[in-house]
Design a protein around this ligand. Sequence first.
Ligand code: 3PG
Length: 213
Amino acid sequence: MTPETQSIEARRICALAPIIPVLVIKDLDHAVPLARALVAGGLPVLEVTLRTPCALEAIRAMAEVPGGVVGAGTLLTPADVKAAKAAGARFGVSPGLTEPLVKACEAEGLPLLPGCVTASEVMQAMDWGYSMLKFFPAESSGGAAAVKALGGPLPQVGFCPTGGISLKNARDYLILPNVLCAGGSWVAPEAMMIEGDWAGIEALAAEAAALPR
Ligand code: 3PG
């Protein structure tokens, strides 16, 4: 899969909903009801971070939930990419951008949202053929004003800002022409997962899905 084809697919996925839930799943039993609740609330694109022992099994289980598009987050190495693809991830997200990672995603055919902040990082990504990027960590890297400013000289690049985004500030990003969607963990609080409050999570998802962009 060429980087250009990957970016087209990444843009298609990012256009599906205003928010991509960033999920940290500690209990495999939470995976399927969580995915069902988020999809039912209107958020079909789900990023499962590879930060917990059951993350790959969670991706495998959630990939079967109708209507969902499940990807893997926190991809750091080519081994992560291989494992994510084998588990059924349809896309990948990384906090940063490295050559081994992008080469692995190309070899595995996994559309990647690589993390970038500075103009130089964005230009490196463009040089490698990537035009749909994660802006991370969004709030502490200048927030919506920084994303807007990058759109001046680099308007052809689309962003999914992530990191410190909530219902309160998501609109600031989503109104920007170079923002397709944003990522955030607020729609799946750990306490609600432990309580099994899937209706509550569905309501949070519905609120996020209704955000204008
Ligand atoms: C992450 O990878 O944890 C994301 O940046 C999520 O950030 P958030 O918890 O601030 O939404």
